[in-house]
Write a protein that binds this ligand. Structure first.
Ligand code: ZN
Length: 376
């Protein structure tokens, strides 16, 4: 479609929801005019949001990226159902020899996608603290050194999660930053001081705040204390399982919508029935609400990003505009994406239409309809 006009209550770049008429030409937002137009191609009774930007997705719909990088294609085709229009496929700690083929598979499969856009790869591990391994296989964890780290990444890597307290981590953070890769602190047992050193070295995000990290204690505030009081945004898995709703509220009050990014950390059972699944080489048991190893350790989630938006409104009492910002402008800013996460002239025409109950009814990726619910 070369030209498309969508009109209704819209999240503006200033963080307000107001009537707008969004004019799309050749997949790009050409104009955003104040006021609604009843003659638009799509007249929205609910809300128009920028497409959701997902920074941490291990897999979904029966596919696991750590086992098969090519499966990003089938997942990308379905993610618009959840409002996601761009994402970072996430590869968790894997055998060292597996990385080149996984990265190549993702890169090749990303060339010709329908649906959501692949922004690059998030490598979560292997430079993690064994004490905070979560569901990662400790046999594959490593200690960073700059030469090895620079051989490990390629141009498709956009984000790396590592533990800043590991020997050699600060040099690795600086080297990755110099390559234009965002580095996140996670699966970490860092003290407050070690975390602050990591932030000073260039850490730009926090991976699933509170999960798999040192605890927030009043005399030893650890990595959460450093992240909560720094300007660096943090991801949170707002599924009501990974953290208590009061902790989500605490994080929201400390960080605001510009400091929190909603992530799902979903694994292959997202969008699938309960049962037995895999996350990398780990066996995962999935029930109606969670995904766990046999010992009860959480192993990713089955959350969808639209559900996370609804949950964060419920848990924190934040405004809808703030909740949407946590799924759009804030994650786009983490990756320095100028054309994503906002409805503004020059941005990609990635748009999500939500009904009054915040369920996705239509999703557009670069101006093309990528999903429409039966009631749309
Ligand atoms: Zn993790």
């Amino acid at each position: 479609m070369s030209k498309l006009i969508v009109s209704g209550r819209t999240l503006w770049p200033d963080g307000m929801i107001k009537d707008a008429t969004v004019v799309v030409e050749q997949g790009v937002i050409a104009q955003v005019l104040p006021g609604a137009s009843p003659k638009a191609d799509v007249v929205v009774s609910g809300y128009i949001a920028p497409g959701f930007v997902e920074l941490q997705l291990n897999g979904a719909y029966g596919a696991d990226f750590s086992n098969d990088g090519r499966s990003v294609a089938s997942v990308a085709a379905r993610l618009p159902e959840t409002g996601v229009t761009s994402f970072l496929p996430t590869i968790i700690t894997s055998p060292w020899d597996a990385y080149p083929s996984r990265l190549r598979e993702v890169r090749e499969a990303s060339q010709n996608l329908t649906g959501a856009h692949v922004l690059g790869v998030h490598l979560e591990g292997p430079y993690l603290n064994p004490a905070k391994k979560g569901a990662h296989n400790p046999a594959f964890l490593r200690t960073p050194n700059v030469d090895e780290v620079l051989r490990w990444v390629d141009d498709s890597v956009r984000l790396v999660t590592l533990a800043p307290e590991l020997p050699g981590a600060l040099d690795a953070i600086k080297a990755l930053r110099a390559r234009g890769i965002v580095v996140s602190a996670g699966h970490s047992n860092a003290t407050f001081g070690q975390a602050m050193a990591g932030l000073a070295a260039g850490i730009g995000w926090g991976t699933h705040l509170f999960n798999a990290m040192s605890a927030l204690e009043h005399r030893q505030s650890g990595l959460p204390g450093a992240l909560l009081t720094s300007p660096v945004p943090c991801g949170m898995i707002v599924d009501g399982i990974h953290t208590h709703s009061s902790i989500v509220k605490l994080a929201y009050r400390a960080k605001g919508a510009a400091g929190l990014t909603l992530v799902t950390d979903a694994m292959e059972a997202m969008g699938m029935p309960a049962g037995r699944y895999k996350l990398s080489d780990r066996e995962v048991i999935v029930d109606a609400t969670s995904a766990r190893l046999a010992d009860g350790t959480l192993a990713g989630s089955i959350l969808t990003l639209d559900q996370a938006v609804r949950n964060v409104v419920e848990f924190t009492g934040c405004s809808l505009a703030e909740a949407l910002t946590m799924a759009t402008a804030t994650p786009a800013r983490v990756l320095n994406l100028e054309r994503k996460g906002r409805i503004a002239p020059g941005c990609d025409a990635d748009l999500v239409v939500l009904d009054e109950s915040l369920h996705v009814t239509q999703t557009f990726v670069k101006g093309n309809l990528a999903f429409a619910s039966r009631d749309a």
